[in-house]
Design a protein around this ligand. Structure first.
Ligand code: AKG
Length: 310
């Protein structure tokens, strides 16, 4: 499809006379797509490339070694797997992944893969950099909604960060497979790094739009926590992953959210007699409980907490 997707120069946020322009662009992108790419985001390319290098080495390890980290328990802070949940998925997706809690880093890093030996250092640096970037982005998004810049600051400082490192091997019959099925993320925001194209997002007319690969850019996706916080002014983006015959694709999806048990609800400032709260409250833990006992591909979690408009 020909739709042009938004690309925002984040260096504008640090320029007093241009910050409001960037905030305006962010607000337009969030309203139209729940999605944008960012350039000049401040994470050095060496940090990004080191993370991709560590991930490449990890997925190249012998399968027996990776299997030591396998778990089907979605509450496990570090787990390796294929598809979404290899043991329960009726349809398998063309994806291997390692997921690990990443903030606060010192609490979790000892549990991360110790092979390749560079993994903890390289991926740890990237995780810390994305944590800081998320803080700037959530401030800008709060501002774009007319909320205080630091509306969620404390929650975000102590918040959780799950890094999903994905590997989609080249696929002999790409039209028969998907890397990931359509879903939205539970997060406030997901910061996504991709090594090549493959991601598609659903636009407001329910058409799939391919996300171009832009060298040096990072992708920002709104998650369900921001949809709830904004009382539906912004929507989390539904996305899926296609695969291809030619190249193995890697991605790092850094899912930032409030602390595990902290409930998010519509911001009081965005609720008034004409705009009743459109969602019930939820925590990251509520989401985990939902996906461990439901087929979240059939019904999105966020749809289960929407209030009927009657
Ligand atoms: C996820 O890990 O939740 C994703 O949606 C990954 C997206 C991608 O690989 O582009």
């Amino acid at each position: 499809s020909e739709t042009t997707l938004p690309v925002i120069d984040l260096s504008l946020l640090h320029q007093p006379f241009l910050r409001s322009l960037a905030i305006h662009e962010i607000s337009m992108a969030c309203k139209e797509f729940g999605f944008f790419q960012v350039i000049n985001h401040g994470i050095p390319s060496s940090v990004v490339n080191d993370a991709l290098d560590a991930a490449t080495q990890f997925f190249d390890l012998p399968v027996e070694e990776k299997m030591l980290l396998v778990s089907a328990n979605v509450h496990e802070p570090v787990r390796y797997g294929t598809s979404l949940n290899h043991s329960t998925d009726r349809v398998h997706y063309w994806r291997d992944f390692i997921k690990h809690y990443s903030h606060p880093l010192s609490k979790w890093i000892d549990m991360w893969p110790s092979n390749p030996p560079c993994y903890k250092d390289k991926v740890g640096k990237y995780a810390e950099a994305t944590h800081l970037l998320h803080k700037q982005l959530i401030e800008a998004i709060s501002e774009s909604l007319g909320l205080e810049k630091n509306y969620l600051q404390e929650e975000i400082e102590e918040g959780s960060q799950v890094m999903a490192v994905n590997c989609y091997p080249a696929c002999p019959e790409p039209e028969m497979a998907l890397g990931m099925p359509p879903h939205s993320d539970f997060s406030s925001l997901t910061i996504l790094l991709q090594s090549s194209k493959g991601l598609q997002i659903m636009d407001c007319n329910k058409n799939w739009v391919c996300v171009p690969y832009i060298e040096g850019a990072l992708i920002v996706q709104l998650g369900d926590q921001v949809e709830v916080m904004s009382n539906g002014i912004y929507k989390s983006v539904i996305h899926r992953v296609t695969v291809n015959k030619e190249v193995k694709r890697l991605s790092f999806a850094s899912l930032h959210s409030l602390p595990l048990h902290k409930k998010i609800s519509p911001a009081p400032k965005l609720v008034n007699p004409n705009n009743a709260p459109a969602y019930g409250e939820f925590s990251f833990n509520d989401f985990l409980n939902y996906i461990s006992s439901n087929d979240f591909i059939q019904e999105r979690f966020i749809d289960t907490i929407k209030k009927s408009s009657s």
